[in-house]
Design a protein around this ligand. Structure first.
Ligand code: NAP
Length: 439
């Protein structure tokens, strides 16, 4: 590890970095799940962190500094996080002989709530994505990505300030289950034959075959999370994004099961679009509107009627498309955070990868990782700390401080608001300073 990183780490007091073997955290307690999605969060909380590869450690420690400032500002000495390092990725391979050692999985199972900085997936060699493996181990079925515009960021939209979305993408089903065969595989031939013989469906002999399962169970558990989030955070609407006009029994069913859940479990808190005439076409105060839109139409409306969208609930593939489109509206990968949530754990992460060419250069934007920790706090119920982070980042951009990736996308006109272009650590320190002194 470079001196540069050692110096950053030494400035963070509540860090338990890996030092040769796993030891119980020196202070703090683990979060306790008392039931599915039911957390008991101690005031001295242990949060795991995976440093990541490439530029991962730079953004991880930058984000931890900001999160510490937010917790201190929000709760004084009443609450504190102990950041507990868990080895995964190339550092784990070097020190423990595997990219995902069993010991690390055991520690993550105790910690349950953790930050994951980006991990490299080496090309070739049949190496499985650690990100996918981690999601499966903890059954993290919801990939949640907020996309919010901060004043000053470069955007292709005329009114980017209207972008304030939270996308709930189903993370375990759909075509991502990988149930597919090339056209010339014996399995594909068997399936074509079965379809012709038993179901009278004609498929060309040179067609590859993929299967798209979407279940009621899978749909309703993520719909539950999205609706709960919308109600607790006083959002305006939840839009179910689907292609149900064509894929009736998968995406159409996704829509129907999500509506059914809204009607049965959240009746007092929601109004469905079809019910609006009863209320004079307006959403009654305090209720969340639940509507649905067909995916292709929605992707273009996000550009032309941006302000109409708020929380978006989507099956896996639609969620993938819409979250990247949305990130492009507000400055790109450097500012796009995510969190993977399940009933028994959660993993916060920036959407971007390891950006290896910038390793050690103090260049990359830490905002995505900072906002990933904002999400982590929001989902464990530390809302005040989460709000501090959001306000801190927003005020930093408003005050004219940017990182190179953003400054470089700006037009001459947009650049007029830039006071200073900062490196990774200096940007995070500026956010922390603004949280401490201006909020
Ligand atoms: P990437 O690491 O996301 O980087 C692609 C480009 O995006 C960078 O070269 C840079 O663009 C820009 N970028 C990414 N993060 C940035 C940040 N924080 N600030 C500013 N600019 C940023 O994607 P990749 O090069 O395809 O993948 C590299 C490695 O990361 C691979 O091993 C891949 O498997 C892994 N990966 C991991 C995750 C994860 O852990 N969740 C996700 C994606 C990829 P410019 O070159 O234009 O400056």
């Amino acid at each position: 590890m470079s001196d540069y990183l050692e110096k950053i780490k030494s400035q963070i007091p509540n860090l338990q970095a890996y030092a040769g073997k796993y030891a119980d955290p020196i202070e703090g307690e683990y979060v306790v799940y008392t039931g599915p999605g039911q957390l008991k969060v101690p005031d001295r909380l242990v949060v795991g962190y995976i440093e990541g590869d490439g530029t991962g450690p730079e953004v991880a420690y930058a984000a931890i500094k900001v999160a510490n400032a937010a917790v201190e500002k929000a709760y004084g000495k009443a609450r504190r996080v102990l950041w507990y390092e868990v080895l995964v990725g190339s550092k784990a391979e070097k020190l423990l002989g595997s990219r995902l050692p069993d010991q690390s999985v055991e520690v993550l199972k105790k910690v349950r709530v953790f930050l994951k900085a980006p991990l490299e997936t080496p090309v070739g060699g049949g190496f499985r994505s650690l990100n996918v493996t981690l999601r499966q181990i903890f059954d993290l079925y919801a990939n949640i990505r907020p996309v919010k515009y901060f004043p000053g960021l470069p955007s292709p939209l005329k009114n980017p300030e209207k972008v304030d979305l939270v996308i709930f993408r189903e993370n375990t089903e759909d075509v991502y289950m990988g149930i597919e065969w090339p056209w010339n595989a014996p399995e594909a031939a068997k399936l074509r034959d079965f379809l012709r013989r038993e179901l009278k469906v004609n498929i060309r002999d040179d067609a590859g075959i993929g299967i798209k399962p979407i279940s009621k169970f899978g749909t309703q558990r993520i719909a539950r999370l999205a609706l709960k989030f919308a109600i607790e955070n006083k959002r305006r609407s939840v839009t179910i994004m689907h292609k149900g006009n064509i894929q009736k029994y998968t995406e159409g069913a996704f829509r129907d099961w999500a509506y059914e859940l809204a009607r049965t479990e959240f009746r007092d808190h929601v109004v469905l679009e079809e019910e609006l005439p009863q209320y004079g076409g307006k959403v009654p105060p305090g209720k969340v509107l639940v509507n649905d839109r067909i995916a292709d139409n929605m992707l273009q409306q996000l550009l032309t009627r941006t302000g109409e969208y708020d929380v978006i609930l989507a099956p896996n593939l639609n969620g993938d498309y819409v979250s990247d489109e949305a990130a492009g509206l507000v400055g790109g990968l450097g500012v796009a955070p995510g969190i993977d949530v399940g009933d028994w754990g959660m993993m916060a992460e920036p959407v971007h990868g390891t950006a290896p060419k910038y390793t050690g250069k103090n260049y990359v934007n830490p905002t995505a990782t900072i906002l990933a920790l904002e999400l982590l706090f929001r989902f464990i119920g530390w809302r005040e700390a989460a709000d501090m982070i959001l306000k801190g980042v927003s005020k930093t951009y408003e005050a004219g401080y940017f990182t190179g990736d953003l400054a470089r996308q700006m037009t001459e006109e947009e650049r007029k608001v830039v006071k200073e272009v900062l490196g990774t650590q200096e940007f995070a320190e500026k956010v922390a300073e603004i949280i401490k002194t201006e909020l």
